[in-house]
Ligand binder design. Structure first.
Ligand code: ADP
Length: 542
């Protein structure tokens, strides 16, 4: 007789979005309010280290501790500024940002330097640290308008955004991070374009207070009398109005002679580089609360991030903000379609499997253990292989953006499904190999710089002044210095963690497996060039 399969249980007591509950229900999962007995916990709040420490095997939570490094405006600005100082040519996609009050003097200096250069005064956008949904944001050209004491972010205003139908817009792009140790991230091919309700005009001191012209937040613009909600999912609905599909943006870009495939590729790159910037730091926090011998194999947490991206008049993407708690409100049909697709696929990809549970229940071999030859590291290897298969198999409209290159596919798919999903892996990769190699090299440089930045920050935290004698070799040097100086166990622990983080962040050998060519990705996955019907996304739930 066939064994009855246990249903997966999910705790949504701290999640207010109906769409998450609906997607879980459609997958046949059981909801529970039990505090500790569940496999998945989905919360609208960020997750602290203590909470992660309490996680049991096979339990998953929808945030990484420490992801605030990317999700707080001021931290994002600080992290990307640091990376820019190492690699200015790769980290030029976040508007120049000052964290007040700490950077007030630097901001004043920058402002004075610019003033004498002609071309008019630069415009800055001021955002209170604790603000969200556009609250408290204003534009200014005078530092004297900004309180030096207020905790806020002051950012160069992108005054020439790309304009469609005379309006400014930004894009909400979803990125699923399934591991930070090492980094594994996916981008969803559809998303939302949010339009300002008033026509855009050149910035002048007379129009800086026009919120409905400068801000693209839905929460702001929905209050305007000209806000146009979408009535349905027909193209005529989602190609116009105040909230549109990304597919409609690609069409408009083509009309403007801007190549959407290039724009999409550039968007992927800025997202990956943002994640690389914080990877060592988040991995460090993660490892401090999820010990290695827990066999969690780096997948106890995942994060579905909402990147807010603005295109400038040339089609260059700028990261404006990263939301760890993107809104899953589904009041408009377009929201329901896109978010149902994103969430269903996320749930499939992160869902623990029977095979993982079985592996974890096996005894570990060695002294007293009955398991035939399975040791911790072998189990970890097998768990990781299963996890990667699960992700590869279920990533249909999510495309992996890091690491680039194919994951291992020797083993059969995890749930015995047909083989055709794997067929794209054998495609000829010739044409765009050079491009892909360049991308790998670029990411490798970013990974190296991020390790250095993390090392610098940690070094300063430990109270050491960065000095000429300081070893530059992150993985080896720091460890040796601490160890040989015999500076106690804390130092050694930190050094060991840093060494592990550096190893975890290591890229796969670029010559090993090159990923699909971008053009093929676009046709296979419905990214620019092959817009997918939004109605299909709704059916993902079934
Ligand atoms: P909030 O978290 O309050 O929404 P954001 O940083 O997302 O704050 O900013 C709100 C809106 O302001 C964005 O959606 C965008 O339209 C606009 N904006 C923010 N930063 C810039 C910038 N540097 N240049 C141009 N527009 C910006």
């Amino acid at each position: 007789m066939k064994k009855k399969q246990k249903k997966l249980t999910v705790n949504l007591t701290m999640c207010r979005y109906k769409v998450i509950a609906d997607c879980c229900k459609a997958m046949g999962w059981t909801q529970t309010e039990h505090e500790a007995d569940w496999q998945l916990f989905w919360t609208d709040l960020s997750v602290g280290e203590e909470r992660c420490m309490r996680l049991k095997r096979l339990q998953k939570i929808n945030h990484f501790p420490g992801m605030q490094e990317i999700a707080h405006k001021c931290k994002l600005g600080r992290n990307l500024n640091r990376m820019r100082s190492k690699l200015p040519h790769f980290y030029n996609f976040h508007p120049e940002t000052f964290n007040l009050p700490v950077d007030y003097k630097a901001f004043e200096k920058e402002f004075e330097n610019n003033e004498g250069k002609g071309g008019g005064a630069k415009t800055y956008i001021v955002k209170p640290n604790d603000g969200a949904c556009g609250n408290g944001i204003y534009l200014t050209r005078k530092p004297s308008n900004i309180s030096p004491k207020l905790k806020s972010v002051v950012q160069r205003y992108i005054s020439r955004p790309l304009i469609i139908d005379n309006r400014k817009f930004d894009m909400r792009v979803y990125c699923l991070v399934t591991s930070m140790t090492p980094l594994r991230a996916y981008i969803y091919h559809e998303g939302l374009a949010r339009f300002a309700t008033e026509e855009y005009q050149k910035v002048t001191s007379g129009n800086m207070d026009k919120t409905y012209m400068h801000l693209t937040n839905y929460s702001v613009n929905k209050n305007h009398k000209e806000y146009q909600a979408n009535a349905g999912l027909e193209e005529s609905d989602t190609n116009t109005g105040s909230k549109r599909s990304l597919a409609s943006i690609w069409e408009k870009l083509e009309e403007m002679d801007i190549d959407p495939v290039k724009v999409w590729d550039a968007m992927e790159r800025v997202i990956v580089k943002t994640l690389i910037a914080v990877q060592p730091n988040v991995a460090h926090t993660y490892k401090s609360c999820i010990p290695e011998n827990r066999d969690s194999a780096g997948f106890t947490c995942f994060d579905l991030l909402g990147f807010d991206i603005l295109l400038d008049y040339r089609g260059k993407p700028w990261i404006i903000e990263v939301n760890e708690m993107p809104s899953f409100d589904t009041s408009a049909p377009i929201d329901l379609a896109v978010k149902t697709g994103v969430i269903s696929e996320t749930l499939n990809m992160v869902c623990p499997t029977v095979q993982e549970a079985r592996l974890l229940s096996e005894k570990i071999g060695g002294l007293g253990g009955g398991g035939a030859g399975l040791d911790h590291s072998e189990r970890r290897r097998q768990l990781l292989a299963l996890r990667k298969q699960q992700e590869v198999y279920y990533a249909k409209k999510f495309k992996r953006i890091f690491p680039i290159g194919n994951l291992s596919h020797e083993e059969p798919p995890p749930r015995g499904e047909p083989d055709e999903v794997w067929s794209f892996l054998g495609e000829d990769l010739g044409l765009n190999q050079k491009l892909e190699r360049e991308k790998v090299a670029e990411y490798q440089e970013c990974v190296r710089a991020a390790s250095e930045v993390f090392e610098d920050a940690l070094w300063l935290k430990l109270g050491k002044k960065a000095s000429a004698e300081r070893p530059r070799d992150y993985a080896g040097g720091m460890f040796q210095t601490f160890a040989s100086a015999g500076q106690g166990s804390l130092m050694r622990q930190i050094a060991r963690k840093m060494e592990e983080d550096a190893a975890a962040a290591a890229m796969p050998n670029p010559a090993y497996h090159l990923s699909e060519a971008p053009a093929k990705i676009s046709s296979a996955r419905g990214a620019p060039g092959q817009p997918d019907s939004l109605k299909n996304l709704l059916s993902m739930q079934q």
